[in-house]
Every structure is written in C-alpha cells, then in structure tokens.
Ligand binder design. Structure first.
Ligand code: KG4
Ligand code: ZN
Length: 349
C-alpha cells in the first residue's frame, strides 16, 4: 500500500503542493496565491497564471518536502490535477508531476480537480478532523469560481451530478458583482466582509430557479439585475450603500444554494451533506448552512478554509486512494479543460 503521496494543484490561479497520507492526514502543504498578479486586469489572465505557476512550483515542492521532514524515499507516488481547468495552468503541474515521478521512479496519477473538492471533508491535520462517523453516501455542493454543482457522492469514483448552474458559477457572480461595484478582484471575500455591516433586506435581488422543480441554478439574472441597480444608483450612492448592496446580493446567492441543498437531501433521503469549493469560505453561507443542518437534523461538514479554496491536499487524498486501487497514468497523459466521460454520472442530463 502507498502510505503517502506528493500532490500538485495548478488548475487555475493558485499554485499548491502537499504531502498527504492515505487516511487523509495532511503532513505539509504550501500554496502561492496569484491574486496580486491578476488584480490589475479584474480577472484571471490565463497566460499570466501559467507563467506564475512555472516560477512558483518547484520552490514549493522543495519547501513542502522540507516542512514535512520526509525524504523522497518516503513518498510512494506523485499526483497532479490534470482536469478540468485552464489548460496552460494544468500543463505546468502535470508536466512537473510526471517529470518528478519519472525521475524518482514513482507511480503517477492525474486527478480530477472536482473530485478533490468532493473528498476535501476527509482531510485532517492538527487543526481539523471530520466527525468520526462521517462517511459516504452524502450530498455535495461544490461552489467555486468556475463551478457550481450539486452531487450525490456514493463512494470513491462514484459521483452523480444532480444539477448545476446553467450559466455563471456562484463565485463568478460574486467576483463580477464586486468588479461592477468597484471592489476589485477577487471579490468574493470583499463582498463577504462588507456584508457583515449591511442590511440583507435593503435590496430585493432575484433568486432564479430557486423554487423551480430542478436542481439546476442560474446566477446571470442576478448579475444583470445588480448591474442595472448600480447604474441607477450611480457611483456616489453605490459607495454610500455598499454594505447593504453586498449583504443583499450575498443573501440572494445563499438563499438559492441552501434551497438546492435542502431539495437534494429531501429527494435523495441522504442525511449527510458537505459544502466545498472557494465560495464555501463565505461566512454567511457557513452560518446559514449550519442553521439549516441543525434545524433538519443533517450532518453538515464544511472543510476549513485552507481545504475549501483550491489546494493540493484534496488532490493528494483523491490521488492516493486511487493509486491504492491500482490506478496509474503513463507519461502520455495530457490536460483537459473539461471533466472526462466517466468522471461523473448524469453530467449531460
Ligand atoms: O475553489 P476556488 O478557490 O477556485 C476555483 O476553482 O474557482 O474558488 C474561488 C472562488 C472565487 O470566485 C472567490 O471570489 C470565491 O471563491 N470566494 C468567496 C469567498 N472566498 C472565496 N466567495 C464568497 N465569499 C467568500 N468568503
Ligand atoms: Zn476549485
């Protein structure tokens, strides 16, 4: 059995390396954010992301090995995210992972980034451990800058997509709203912070598809409605009412996410759920999620922030489980902007 792996994540704009044990214990992790490099452009510039990954990655590998106190001969495999994501970004982590595996004569595996997010609740370290009785099956809501999807997770590699956003991801909606309100990039965290002082009922934003008989979601109407409101208010009033705007906008997204989670536990009959992905760092979503779980007797696990946002630990855990099932990829493995057929059931409903 492979005890531990070195994992690399470079699917978007965070460069991350971790050493993870087969039981989900994270021995060491180190990540480099590129927020400052992309901020002047108001969004992620793929070419800049790939270049920064190639500068940051090898020093991070050395740093994580040093931090872990492990040597290469205590590492049993190398895994890299190879899908879905920005192809230029994925290539950096994939080629580096394959080269390290070949040089150190270790098995290699490419991992689906979303599978990492769905298994993140099982990660553990000195500051976090999932409840001892937490296990599959469970409902998973993965909410990030690129994805907003609801899954039924039966076990390793057995994931059914129940529904997904038809247009913008929730994180994308946060980021676009922040940009139009003049809050900079990435905006999710800023909207979260400003909302704390705002009135959630000050403005009435649309909650598309919230009550409809579907697991699908839509956030583009919300974005257009915010744009119209900001144009109507003008720059001065927008600034004066920024906290109320943020709190009302955030509440609309949180209402929809909680409604879909609720629908999923009711129709699947599952009593366990997780929130994962960058947007699950949102403090109001975490608060409302916990209230909902307590009220309905659901076991809700939300990983700590370091395992919610993009990180290599979740990739390492998914990777080591699969390597221990005998899965391997050879050096011809390429990146893919999308998930592959077979990764998820029901993706093209
Ligand atoms: O999972 P992630 O780190 O990267 C992707 O795979 O996209 O998610 C990033 C997204 C961004 O859209 C960011 O604005 C959002 O997560 N985000 C938040 C918060 N922290 C990060 N959105 C709302 N509230 C937050 N506190
Ligand atoms: Zn992600």
């Amino acid at each position: 059995m492979i005890e531990r792996v070195l994992a690399i994540e470079t699917s978007c704009d965070d460069t991350s390396v971790a050493i993870v044990e087969h039981d989900g214990r994270v021995i060491a992790m180190s990540s480099a954010s590129q927020d400052l490099a992309h901020e002047p452009f108001g969004g992620i510039v793929p070419e800049i992301a790939s270049r920064n990954h190639s500068v940051a990655l090898l020093p991070l590998v050395d740093k994580v090995l040093a931090k872990s106190g492990k040597s290469w001969n205590e590492i049993g495999g190398v895994v890299s995210t190879n899908r879905p994501g920005l192809v230029g970004s994925l290539i950096v982590g994939l080629v580096t992972g394959k080269s390290l595996a070949q040089a150190k004569k270790l098995p290699f595996l490419g991992v689906n980034h979303l599978e990492g997010h769905l298994l993140a609740p099982f990660l553990r370290d000195e500051g976090f451990a999932p409840p001892a009785d937490f296990q599959t099956p469970y409902v998973g809501l993965a909410i990030s800058g690129g994805h907003t999807s609801l899954y039924r997770i039966e076990g390793l590699g057995d994931y059914e997509v129940l529904g997904a956003t038809k247009d913008d991801a929730a994180g994308e909606a946060f980021d676009k709203f922040a940009k139009m309100a003049g809050l900079g990039f990435p905006g999710g965290v800023k909207v979260d912070q400003l909302s704390k002082a705002g009135d959630r009922k000050a403005f009435d934003f649309p909650r598309s598809l919230m009550k409809e008989d579907t697991y699908d979601m839509s956030f583009s109407g919300l974005k257009s409605s915010a744009q119209r409101l900001i144009d109507q208010l003008g720059p001065e009033e927008t600034t004066a009412k920024i906290s109320d705007l943020c709190a009302s906008f955030q509440e609309a997204i949180v209402d929809v996410l909680i409604a879909k989670l609720d629908r999923a536990v009711r129709f699947t009959g599952l009593r366990r759920a997780i929130l994962t992905g960058g947007v699950s760092a949102n403090s109001r979503l975490r608060e409302r999620g916990q209230e909902w779980a307590d009220k309905n007797g659901i076991q809700l696990v939300v990983p700590p922030l370091r395992y919610c946002t993009d990180n290599a630990a979740m990739i390492g855990y998914a990777g080591v489980l699969r390597l221990n099932r005998g899965e391997r990829h050879d050096l011809s493995l390429g990146p893919s902007p999308h998930s592959l057929p077979g990764d998820f059931r029901g993706e093209n409903r």
